[in-house]
Structures are given as structure tokens and as C-alpha cells.
Write a protein that binds this ligand. Structure first.
Ligand SMILES: Nc1ncnc2c1ncn2[C@@H]1O[C@H](COP(=O)(O)OP(=O)(O)OP(=O)(O)O)[C@@H](O)[C@H]1O
Length: 368
């Protein structure tokens, strides 16, 4: 981890309502390792926000600082107007679900969920009612008497979720809750999780390294890299208007190539090709840039004919992905991926007219 981390360029366009959770300039150092550097963000009441980034970017560290499991080195965290920065976890108001379920193997499903109410001096009848209600909510009523080992991974994670929600916490924290599950269960459970979160209106923060998962469930995503927040925005904003080359490359799929800003304004040159690019309009002539284009945005054949800056490209490779066929195109030394309808996929070796729509080409300054 570099010690020369700059302040995070966080753009937080949260809703107008007063934030439920405020993270202000939070840093966390482990000895000489800077795990998190001046992270700032807000989460509105009822919002579902995901921390997304590659391994080691600091997302778990930030979640653990919010939970008080590893308090921040500096900065402030406010929940519902209360400064919780240095409160012990037990004095905070959250429920948490970990990747590893963390259920008690010797307790039944009912008792595992009931464990979530241990801090509450509720009469037995109210506890029983609440546990039954939660098991109903997560669809496990008929498994109440079973032990964790008698349940599938997805069912165990539902128990963990019910336990986390038992005491009606103000904040639900999810640390890679779906990562241990297989793809189909994961997708199903993430939809259930989102539906339940909406129904209960509980403010939720989830850590994930899976961008599809983050895009699928979140109101907003906090993209992190090397201890810094790179961008905060809705899934659409992050995907369509990435704030940095890192975000453009990490979220979704994109072909990347080097180019230089040319004249007239709004033009790039890349390996002899002249490409119109709206994003380059405000960049200086001669500036080196990294350009990104998403495979679904590459125009081919008749659609490319109408576009300025079209060029001939040869089909080098095919990848059948189900709803689309991803073809690798070569134009000079430039290599691009484009998604096409599998029913009309061009043959390998075929030469096509291709174009990169000016409004879809994403550009960022490049260090040389
Ligand atoms: N207890 C610790 N002691 C020392 N270094 C730590 C500790 N916890 C985390 N780190 C370091 O802090 C950095 C951020 O770790 P963190 O676990 O927050 O990353 P992450 O984004 O959640 O990654 P992953 O997805 O792999 O869990 C890493 O360099 C990690 O090695």
C-alpha cells in the first residue's frame, strides 16, 4: 500500500433527506499499512449502499469501522445523528451478516435467530412471536427445529440474516454475504435480500467484490481502490459515467486503448485511426489519454456506416455468452471487443465496418 495516498475525490450525490449514516474523513492504519485513507460518504435512511472494489481495497476495513469491530484511526462516524466513532460494537445499533454464516452449530434455527435478541429484555411470548415472524420473512418457517448442518448454504445464510434483523437494528451490515454460495443460489438470494430490505426499509451497507451483485441490488455504489474512494454513484452513473480509468475498467466490461487528443476539439487518434469523442472536447490538444469502449456500444456493419470515424476491422475470435456473442476485432494494432446477436454473428476472418459512437467513448488522462 502506497504511503502517498491523496484525499478521496468523493462525489456523493445522496438524496436530499438528512443522512442516516455519515462517514467523515475516516482513515484506518494497521502499523505502516494504510488500509483506508480519508473516506467520506453518507447513506440516507432506507438506502442500500454497496462498497465495491478488488481484494485489499479497504472495503471490509470501512465496514468494520462502521461496526466498531476495528475502530477508525481518525475521522468521525455518525449514525442517526449520534457520534459512534469510538463506541464499542455492543453500544451500537446494527445487525451484521458475514460470508461464513457464523451460526451456532449446536443451536436450532429458532435458537440461532433468538440469539439475535439476547440484548433485549423482552417477555418470552414477544421473543417467540418475533422469531416466528423473522423465519416467515426469510421463508424458513418449516425449518425452525433444524440445526444448521441440516440446511443448505443459502438457507443458513437466511438464518444469519434473520438473526441480524431480529432486534430491529437501524443499520444492516453485510460483509460479502453471498460469496460462499453457488451462482444460482447467490442470484436468487440477492433478489430476496433486496426485496426484504425494501420491505423493512432498513438502511443497509454491503461489502462485495462482485460488481454484478453490487449493480443488481444497490441504490448507490461506493467504488474503492487501494484505500481510497474512487466514486460514489448510482449503478447507472458508475457504469455510464465512470469518474476514473480505474472505475471504467473495474465496473462492467470495456476494451481499453491508448490514444492522443487531436484537432478539431472532440477528436482522438489511436493507432492511425481518427475517432470522434465527446469526452475529449475539453481536453488539451496532444494530451495522452486512455480510452474505454463497452462491447455493447461498438457499432458494426450498417449501423457503423452512418457514423463518423468508421473503420475496417477483422473478426479474430468468438465467445458465445448466451444472449450475446462477444467478438474480438482487430483494426491495425487496436483490439476491441463487440457484442453481437449470436444468430447473425460474423465469421472469424470476416472484415467488417466498425465505429465507436462519440458519446460512448470514455476518456481519461494518461500518465506517460
Ligand atoms: N488486522 C489487520 N492487520 C493488518 N493489516 C490489515 C488488517 N486488516 C486489513 N489489513 C490490510 O488492510 C488492507 C485493506 O484490507 P481489507 O480487508 O479492508 O480489504 P478488502 O477490500 O475488504 O479485501 P478482501 O475483499 O480481500 O477482504 C489490506 O492491505 C489488508 O492487508
Amino acid at each position: 500500500m502506497s504511503a502517498q495516498l491523496a484525499a478521496a475525490p468523493a462525489t456523493d450525490t445522496a438524496a436530499a433527506a438528512p443522512p442516516y449514516l455519515v462517514v467523515e474523513q475516516v482513515s484506518k492504519h494497521f502499523g505502516t499499512t494504510i488500509a483506508l485513507e480519508r473516506a467520506s460518504l453518507t447513506v440516507a435512511a432506507g438506502e442500500f449502499v454497496s462498497f465495491l472494489g478488488p481484494s485489499g481495497c479497504g472495503k471490509t476495513t470501512l465496514l468494520r469501522a462502521i461496526a466498531g469491530l476495528d475502530p477508525a484511526t481518525s475521522g468521525r462516524i455518525l449514525q442517526d445523528g449520534r457520534d459512534i466513532t469510538f463506541l464499542p460494537p455492543a453500544a451500537r445499533d446494527f445487525g451484521i451478516v458475514f460470508q461464513s454464516y457464523a451460526l451456532f452449530p449446536n443451536l436450532t434455527v429458532t435458537d440461532n435467530v433468538g440469539y439475535g435478541l439476547r440484548g433485549r429484555a423482552w417477555p418470552a411470548s414477544r421473543r417467540t412471536h418475533r422469531v416466528a415472524e423473522l423465519l416467515g420473512l426469510v421463508g424458513l418457517a418449516e425449518h425452525a427445529r433444524k440445526y444448521p448442518a441440516q440446511l443448505s448454504g443459502g438457507q443458513q445464510q437466511r438464518v444469519a440474516l434473520a438473526r441480524a434483523l431480529a432486534a430491529e437494528p437501524g443499520l444492516l451490515l453485510l460483509d460479502e454475504p453471498l460469496s460462499a454460495l453457488d451462482a444460482q443460489v447467490r442470484q436468487h438470494l440477492r433478489q430476496e435480500l433486496r426485496a426484504l430490505q425494501r420491505r423493512l426499509g432498513v438502511t443497509t451497507v454491503m461489502v462485495t467484490h462482485d460488481q454484478e451483485e453490487a449493480m443488481g441490488v444497490s441504490d448507490r455504489i461506493v467504488v474503492m481502490s487501494r484505500g481510497l474512494i474512487e466514486q460514489i454513484g448510482t449503478p447507472e452513473t458508475i457504469y455510464r459515467h465512470p469518474a476514473s480509468a480505474f472505475v471504467a475498467g473495474f465496473v462492467g466490461h470495456a476494451s481499453r486503448f491508448n490514444a492522443v487528443v487531436d484537432a478539431p476539439p472532440g477528436t482522438l487518434v489511436a493507432d492511425g485511426l481518427t475517432l470522434p469523442c465527446l469526452g475529449a472536447r475539453r481536453m488539451l490538444y496532444g494530451a495522452p489519454v486512455q480510452a474505454f469502449i463497452r462491447p455493447e456500444d461498438v457499432a458494426l456493419g450498417p449501423t457503423a456506416t452512418a457514423l463518423e470515424g468508421n473503420f475496417a476491422a477483422r473478426v479474430m475470435h468468438h465467445e458465445f455468452l448466451g444472449p450475446v456473442c462477444r467478438v474480438t476485432l482487430q483494426a491495425g494494432r487496436l483490439q476491441l471487443e463487440a457484442d453481437v446477436n449470436p444468430a447473425v454473428a460474423p465469421a472469424i476472418g470476416e472484415v467488417l465496418l466498425a465505429a465507436l459512437p462519440a458519446e460512448r467513448l470514455m476518456v481519461f488522462p494518461r500518465d506517460v
